[in-house]
Design a binder for this molecule. Structure first.
Ligand code: ADP
Ligand code: MG
Ligand code: MG
Length: 503
């Protein structure tokens, strides 16, 4: 039996833990810019601690190891999908009529294809997200099931290393009561290598690009949104690139691509920083932390900017095809029961079986056999409560949950239903924790979501034969939300960053 978790702290213990947590967070950049509603007109100088859990959440060790063990297979799988234009075309064609965003991305791909791609290397910094699932027929058996797979702007790797550091620090300074020592101890708190590992992924791509034929200095561009509250998450990766790898990095607003970059006659992407207009850099890698949502493309100039990057010789993280490979539709096609598609991309049977184990059932809402069954489940109020309905979107806040599904579909023209996928809700076992967010402490039931990062650099190859140059696991992220909230995004305002206490 475990001691009650998390424990009740007396006032002095609570004050000691919280004051240390607040200072350590700011001192180590476990921080975000404050929401505009929180402070007004601060001249961009203020930071506040990122939402965090006071205690590391209990997480089954077998599940943690299971999720890590498939990281490289997932890299392999998604690099294969992103390299198979013909197969992706089939997926996209089903959706172009009803999903403008996917149609526009596909147009960018086609335009560059017609001209010929100037870069055959592609970089993926992926994150595969899971929840713990307990087998109802054998409640002793816990495994992870995949929530989703992210191929663009997989965030929080920068902060994850810090939060595991925070919980280790709180342990080291005796902020956790002694009676928890059988649970929280140095061997039950795994470090997250996400900062060094993701930075290494970018550095490997930067190296593979090589030096500038024109003799220009080279750089990596972080393509970012404005405003970006989660800037420190990104900065941690930049600082690791600068310090460990000696790579020059710049942040470029998605809005500024057409002003500050150009593609030269050899298709090299040349960046001219506004603060040193006489200095030009050849861009080796463009790392997108923007451009994943329709709201990033407010007018045609943003699509022109995306095309400019895609047609350049810079290595894209991700390419348009890699972004499309990460859509929920692709996840559904792989995970629909009895799907034959996994074997196509993962010929290694052991790897395929391990990946298959992590799939939760997902259905299309089209006129196929599985689709008809899904349409029945989704429109019946009794069964809909076991499902979540998802559009082809990223960044949180887009899904329709449980009892809201039938009404939502009723208001949606049936021709648009196939733009969504229907997924079984994963129901992790009940547990509790305490979250510190916006200066407030809240305790209660929580749900944890584990993300495993993966870095993959591959050459799509002129002859269609893919060659993987780098493939490694790149640390983890644990996010925790109150169990009354369906959504889990930290940036979207729902969850907190956490680290696992392996049990
Ligand atoms: P996004 O790309 O917007 O992050 P997700 O598929 O991750 O979309 O869904 C957002 C959130 O919804 C997740 O973080 C999780 O909390 C919840 N969620 C999504 N799918 C499931 C599921 N099958 N079971 C339980 N919760 C889910
Ligand atoms: Mg996502
Ligand atoms: Mg998600």
């Amino acid at each position: 039996m475990y001691p009650p978790y998390p424990p009740d702290l007396n006032a002095a213990q609570k004050e000691y833990l919280l004051s240390n947590l607040k200072d350590w967070s700011i001192a180590h950049g476990l921080a975000v810019r404050p929401a505009p509603s929180y402070v007004q007109d601060d001249a961009g100088a203020l930071a506040t601690s990122a939402p965090v859990t006071l205690f590391p959440s209990l997480f089954p060790k077998v599940c943690f190891e299971q999720a890590r063990s498939v990281a490289r297979a997932y890299n392999e799988l998604y690099s294969a999908i992103a390299s198979d234009e013909g197969w992706l075309r089939g997926i996209v064609e089903e959706l172009v009529e009803i999903d403008d965003f996917m149609a526009s991305l596909w147009k960018v791909y086609l335009a560059v294809k017609e001209e010929g791609y100037a870069q055959s290397l592609a970089l993926g910094l992926f994150r595969s997200d899971y929840m713990v699932h307990v087998d109802q027929s054998n409640t002793a058996k816990a495994s992870v099931k995949q929530v989703e797979f992210n191929t663009i702007a997989s965030s929080f790797g920068g902060l994850s290393s810090q939060v595991s550091g925070l919980h280790q620090h709180l342990l080291a300074i005796d902020a956790y009561p002694d009676e928890l020592s059988s649970l929280i101890n140095t061997s039950s708190l795994p470090e997250s290598s996400s900062v060094p590992s993701l930075a290494k992924g970018i550095a490997k791509a930067h190296e593979a690009y090589g030096s500038s034929a024109e003799g220009l200095p080279t750089c990596v561009l972080f393509l970012v949104q404005d405003p970006e509250r989660n800037v420190f998450d990104q900065r941690h990766l930049e600082y690791a690139l600068n310090k460990t790898h000696g790579v020059r990095t710049f942040r470029l607003l998605f809005d500024r691509v057409l002003q500050d970059t150009k593609v030269d006659k050899n298709r090299k992407l040349i960046y001219t920083p506004p603060h040193t207009p006489s200095k030009h850099y050849e861009v080796t890698v463009v790392y997108l932390r923007a451009g994943y949502a329709p709201s990033d493309y407010t007018d045609q100039s943003h699509w022109d900017a995306r095309l400019q990057i895609e047609r350049s010789a810079a290595i894209k993280c991700p390419t348009v095809l890699t972004q499309l490979a990460g859509t929920k539709k692709v996840q559904q096609v792989l995970a629909t029961p009895h799907s034959p598609h996994l074997a196509r991309f993962l010929p290694d049977q052991q790897q395929a079986a391990a990946v298959l184990e992590t799939f939760a059932p997902i259905y299309p809402l089209d006129k196929s056999e599985a689709g008809n069954e899904a349409r029945r489940l989704a429109t019946d109020p009794a069964s809909a409560t076991r499902y979540v309905l998802k559009p082809q979107r990223e960044g949180g806040g887009n899904n329709i949950y449980r009892k809201a599904i039938p009404g939502f579909l009723k208001d949606l023209p049936e021709s648009h239903w196939p733009a969504y996928i229907l997924m079984e809700m994963i129901e992790p076992p009940a547990q509790s924790n305490t979250i510190f967010r916006n200066g407030e402490v809240q305790s209660g039931g929580v749900i944890c979501e584990l993300g495993i990062y993966g870095a993959c650099l591959w050459d799509t190859g002129a002859d269609g034969k893919r060659d993987i140059l780098e493939n490694f696991e790149a640390g983890y992220l644990l996010r925790t939300k109150g169990d009354q909230s369906e959504e889990g995004g930290v940036a979207a305002g729902f969850g907190a960053v956490d680290s696992p206490c392996l049990v």
